[in-house]
Design a protein around this ligand. Structure first.
Ligand code: HEC
Ligand code: HEC
Ligand code: HEC
Ligand code: HEC
Ligand code: HEC
Ligand code: HEC
Ligand code: HEC
Length: 394
């Protein structure tokens, strides 16, 4: 069955040669613009990306050859099912069908590659040297003069930006520890605006423009399925409490290159935000699978006794402190219709409304009694609602 492919594709190919030529851009792609790639596997890969994957893609794979997914495994020591000849014989270009087809020496074994004519010798020599040198999968020569390490299209942030955020390659090893160029001589600042490393919104999205930012998007740039949806309820929504800093729940950062942040190769889970509650109000809190437990903030105000799911919601005051069961003489007063605002006048303006969010869920209980009343931490003195409270225990 596989033997039929080349014939069928050959027929298809002759009618699409010009299209292939246009899109593959035989002469006008990166190879021409940026000089000759390094004579190693990365150089060869660069040539495949620029001139071959238009037909030999993961989905198209003409000639049953996919040069996109894993070109090394597709070529080295692999026999062509159509022609019986090995595609790449390490150390021997003149026995390698790949090289023969790239230089028009394939004889009866199908067409020259690319189909609209062999590439300039400068490029086919890259493949020749790579094979002669043993067809290693390593990219030894990072040729900073003219060579290219990255595939074409790498300047696109969806390529290099994602690779950087998810650390699929160690950028610092070539671009330097402070990203000022290193052995590659390419500094990230060439294209990025000054101060990008301190601009939180550059990677975390949001339009706030403030230094801290708020994660307006996931690390994969998605704004519709935020990993932790209630983020903004914590960082922006000030109806119940003051805006929480990132440090309530994470080790926070001043700049992209701080420890355990962006591009930290010591990070065992790159691309995942680490949860660290120890610097926050809920220092006993734990997070697992979308649920926070042992929480002070979502507790009843008496200890680390709250739990909430990231899909949960806070719909009223009683979600946290119940309408009864607070300590001391709370129930006695609440049953008489005395509102929170009478004894916590700086925090609440009624039993259902917070007056000053900076006083609420801030780690301290502000008791502020009506004029003429005082509280010493255990007893009340004074007169209220026409009733004397001299040295009454709370
Ligand atoms: C316009 C489409 C097109 C482009 C561009 C193209 N190829 Fe091909 N390739 C084909 C077709 C069709 C076949 C099957 C017919 C043949 O073998 O000649 C094929 C077959 C091959 C084969 C033989 C595979 C096998 O297992 O028998 C190799 C090797 C190959 N191409 C390498 C390349 C290389 C390297 C490039 C880029 C320098 C390239 N091709 C560019 C269409 C293309
Ligand atoms: C093995 C060395 C090496 C590593 C690792 C490396 N680079 Fe590069 N990078 C280079 C070289 C050399 C160049 C200049 C030639 C080129 O474009 O390939 C370059 C160029 C670039 C360019 C400019 C591309 C263009 O088309 O103008 C960007 C962007 C880039 N690198 C980002 C990154 C990022 C992000 C990482 C990490 C995910 C990374 N690099 C890892 C060596 C490296
Ligand atoms: C050839 C130009 C160029 C170079 C060089 C470059 N970048 Fe970028 N990068 C961009 C552009 C354009 C954006 C989109 C944002 C913008 O417009 O500033 C971007 C965005 C990013 C993003 C954010 C992506 C996102 O989706 O959130 C990261 C991360 C990134 N680059 C990392 C790097 C690193 C690390 C280097 C150096 C190793 C580097 N870039 C070098 C052009 C470049
Ligand atoms: C109330 C606690 C809390 C606060 C405050 C908080 N976060 Fe998070 N954050 C989380 C949780 C929980 C996750 C989900 C972690 C997971 O999925 O493993 C998360 C995830 C993230 C992620 C990863 C998103 C992704 O793509 O996976 C980033 C980035 C992030 N937070 C940044 C921030 C920044 C920046 C701030 C401050 C502006 C902040 N967070 C404030 C709890 C918080
Ligand atoms: C160049 C991209 C970039 C910039 C700029 C950036 N971050 Fe991040 N940030 C990341 C990445 C990537 C992660 C996921 C970290 C990981 O893998 O541990 C992250 C994670 C975080 C987290 C979650 C905790 C953690 O370390 O996992 C916080 C909080 C955070 N960033 C705050 C900030 C703040 C504040 C700023 C601005 C001073 C900022 N970030 C700027 C890329 C960036
Ligand atoms: C009659 C005065 C009074 C009223 C009314 C009152 N509180 Fe309190 N509240 C106090 C005092 C006094 C304390 C301090 C107790 C202590 O020192 O331990 C306190 C403490 C608290 C605490 C800390 C946890 C605890 O149980 O000690 C919470 C939470 C609280 N109040 C919530 C409320 C809410 C919510 C309302 C309204 C529904 C309210 N209080 C109404 C006097 C009052
Ligand atoms: C997310 C949980 C949560 C919700 C919802 C909540 N509280 Fe609280 N509240 C607390 C915690 C925790 C405390 C403990 C003291 C502190 O840190 O301010 C507290 C304390 C209080 C106090 C005591 C005074 C003080 O300064 O702390 C009052 C009064 C109060 N809350 C009123 C309200 C009212 C009114 C609402 C509804 C509008 C409300 N709370 C909703 C968690 C919550």
């Amino acid at each position: 069955m596989r033997n039929l492919f080349p014939l069928l594709l050959l027929a298809a190919c002759s009618s699409t040669t010009t299209i292939g030529g246009d899109t593959a851009g035989g002469n006008d792609t990166a190879g021409g613009d940026t000089g000759v790639p390094s004579p190693d596997f990365c150089g060869a890969k660069q040539i495949f990306n620029d001139h071959c994957t238009v037909c030999h893609s993961a989905s198209g794979h003409k000639g049953d050859l996919d040069l996109e997914t894993d070109p090394y495994s597709a070529l080295v020591g692999v026999q062509s099912a159509a022609y019986g000849q090995t595609l790449v014989v390490a150390g021997d270009p003149s026995s390698s069908l790949l090289y023969l087809k790239m230089t028009g020496q394939q004889g009866a074994n199908g067409e020259v590659m690319p189909t609209n004519g062999a590439l300039p010798a400068a490029l086919t020599d890259v493949v020749k040297t790579w094979i002669t040198d043993g067809a290693s999968s390593e990219c030894n020569a990072v040729d900073t003069g003219s060579g290219k390490y990255h595939p074409s299209g790498w300047d696109d942030p969806s390529q290099h930006g994602m690779a950087a955020k998810f650390q699929s390659d160690d950028c610092k090893s070539c671009h330097g520890d402070s990203l000022q160029g290193g052995s590659s001589s390419v500094t990230c600042d060439d294209c990025h605006d000054a101060g990008w490393q301190d601009d939180c919104t550059f990677c975390h999205g949001g339009t706030d423009g403030d230094k801290l930012g708020s994660p307006g998007e996931d690390l994969d740039d998605s704004t519709t399925s935020l990993t932790f949806e209630p983020h903004r309820a914590h960082t922006d929504d000030t109806s119940l409490h003051d805006a929480f800093a990132c440090s309530q729940c994470h080790v926070t950062h001043d700049t992209a290159l701080s420890a355990s942040h962006f591009l930290d190769t010591a990070d065992t889970a790159p691309g995942t935000a680490e949860m660290t509650f120890s610097k926050g109000l809920s220092d006993k809190a734990t997070y697992a699978g979308g649920t926070c437990s042992n929480l002070y903030c979502h507790g009843d105000g008496t200890g680390d006794n709250g739990t909430i799911k990231s899909s949960g919601s806070v719909s009223g005051c009683n979600d946290c402190h119940k309408s009864s069961g607070l300590n001391g003489k709370h129930d006695d007063h609440l049953e008489e219709g005395v509102g929170c605002e009478e004894c916590h006048s700086t925090t609440a303006s009624s039993s259902t409304k917070i007056k000053d969010p900076t006083m609420h869920v801030n780690g301290s209980v502000e008791v502020a009694l009506p004029a003429g009343m005082s509280y010493d931490g255990s007893h009340c003195d004074g007169s209220c609602h026409n009733r004397k409270h001299d040295n009454e225990k709370w």
